[in-house]
Ligand binder design. Structure first.
Ligand code: PLP
Length: 496
């Protein structure tokens, strides 16, 4: 399988090249040239998670050897998830929660980011490269720590994370600030996530940054990297297989997935799963009050000209959703001219509207619901008090969307809601929502939430309090590119 840029379909690269580069030079996102293979569902049923991951990765990473893929998957997943379960299902009254947060940093980003460093290292072997790879990553809260955890002390790599000073939860911030690893740098940017993501994309083309890149290759661990997207396809198949094995569905039955969305990476992986033959009826896109995606999927108009609203589900506080570009490219049969038009209109005017044909194609697979802060809080309370299941605010947004979809559509197909983070990452807010009491200290809130719910605190979060804060650098938006160039110069000095 080859990859092409969404802004120039004649730019064709191998999977190794796409993973190393992250973003295409023309600013486009690498996208599979053809998704015409089908996953054999009855074989998939017999596989455990690691085998399934190898099977699906091998379809997408055709220039990797069988042994390389096997090694990558084992190194990533063996012993890094609680009870060695990557995506356990939990039954609740409206369907199932697919719990993707049992990894080393307690968010779903771990599923792809424990694997990406291994994929990158293998891609490097395939390309005979030996420059230092410098990973530059923007985070809305969860990607940063998961990426640092994956890349810390990985040879031939260095990682720099930009996070928005306002927006991330206290625990998320503390997770990043206390990171270990000699190749790690963390910088707070005085802006929001959209600023951070834009800065990363600009850095890839900035002359001062590129000048500092002698013997250094810049790449990204954001979901603009295809190496992030492909591992996320696996759990859609895994959860389907689990429902067949438990007898809840028959092989071939259609089901729905409800996905709390921000950058549209997680749900796009669901769409790729559908392309590969997974019987998916609808992919329900769930948004918080920053409901750009809901509006887009319903009307065909993308409008980022609106106030950015900080919410208690900060990892979805995003107005410019990168992976949508890939979906539109796929749905328009690789119409790169059209994608260029949409994206330059988005950049210049903050909005674009797709054609009716494209909107109909979009609505065939996707539907969307948003969730207010009040609704989100109510869902957290109801789910705990009625079912004794503790969910985080991102998951709550999706649980709400699932309910709204069922009510509006009368669809009776089973629904799986993707549960994307541990509630303890948002302890202060969740504690306040459940008890009506506020708690100023993030760790006190964590313990109080534990006392109140008796739900175990993930180890990586419980031990945060005793770790030293290593990173406190904060820069103005305008100074971020200079800070990145400086970081690269330091790396050059250290490594060359
Ligand atoms: C990143 C994140 C999301 C959004 O995922 P996208 O792939 O960006 O759509 C949802 N929930 C949590 C907890 C996240 O960390």
């Amino acid at each position: 399988m080859k990859y092409i840029s969404t802004r120039n379909k004649d730019k064709i690269v191998s999977s190794s090249e796409a993973i190393i580069q992250g973003l295409a030079e023309d600013g486009g996102l690498y996208t599979p040239q053809t998704v015409d293979q089908k996953v054999d569902l009855s074989s998939a049923l017999k596989m455990n998670y690691l085998e399934l991951a190898q099977y699906i990765l091998s379809l997408f990473l055709s220039d990797f050897s069988h042994e390389q893929i096997q090694q990558c998957v084992q190194n990533a997943y063996q012993n890094s998830f609680e009870n060695n379960e990557i995506a356990p299902l939990c039954k609740y009254h409206d369907g199932w929660l697919m719990e993707l947060w049992h990894g080393p940093t307690s968010a779903f980003k771990d599923v792809a980011l424990t694997l990406l460093p291994h994929l990158l290292t293998a891609a490097y072997q395939n390309q005979n490269e030996n420059d230092l790879i410098s990973i530059l990553t923007a985070t809305s809260g969860d990607t940063g720590k998961a990426a640092i955890n994956g890349f810390a002390n990985v040879e031939n790599t260095a990682i720099t994370v930009l996070y928005p000073e306002i927006g991330v939860s206290d625990i998320q911030k503390r997770q990043m600030q206390t990171s270990l690893g000699k190749n790690v740098e963390v910088i707070a940017v005085k802006g929001n996530f959209d600023d951070c993501q834009r800065i990363v994309k600009e850095a890839m083309k900035d002359t001062a940054v590129l000048a500092a890149c002698k013997h250094i290759k810049l790449s990204s661990a954001n979901s603009i990297n295809i190496g992030r997207l492909v591992p996320q396809i696996v759990y859609y198949f895994d959860s389907y297989a689990k429902l067949v094995k438990s007898g809840d569905i028959q092989l071939g039955d259609v089901i729905n997935f409800v996905v709390p969305s921000g950058n549209f990476g997680n749900i796009l992986a669901g769409y790729l799963a559908k392309q590969l033959g997974l019987p998916v009826k609808k992919l329900v896109c769930a948004s918080n009050s920053n409901n750009v995606l809901t509006e887009f999927i319903r009307t065909g108009s993308y409008n980022a000209n609106r106030a950015f609203i900080p919410t208690i589900s900060p990892s979805m506080d995003i107005l410019v959703s990168s992976n949508l570009e890939r979906l539109l490219f796929l749905l328009s049969n690789h119409n790169d001219v059209l994608i260029n038009q949409y994206m330059s209109s988005l950049k210049e005017d903050g909005h674009y509207t797709i054609s009716d044909d494209l909107r109909h194609a979009l609505q065939e697979s996707f539907t969307a619901y948003d969730c207010s802060e009040e609704e989100c809080k109510k869902v957290i309370c109801d789910t705990f008090h009625k079912e004794h299941i503790l969910i985080d605010p991102h998951t709550a947004v999706a649980v709400h969307a699932c309910h709204a979809y069922k009510q509006e559509s009368n669809d009776t197909a089973p629904c799986i809601v993707l549960s994307t983070a541990s509630a303890y990452k948002f302890a202060k807010d969740v504690y306040a929502v459940l008890t009506g009491k506020s708690c100023d200290d993030e760790f006190e809130a964590m313990y109080a939430l534990h006392d109140y719910t008796s739900v175990t605190i993930p180890k990586n979060l419980a031990c945060l309090k005793d770790m030293d804060v290593r990173f406190t650098k904060a820069v103005e938006k305008e100074d971020a590119l200079t800070a990145i160039a400086k970081r690269l110069e330091d790396l050059q000095h250290d490594y060359n």
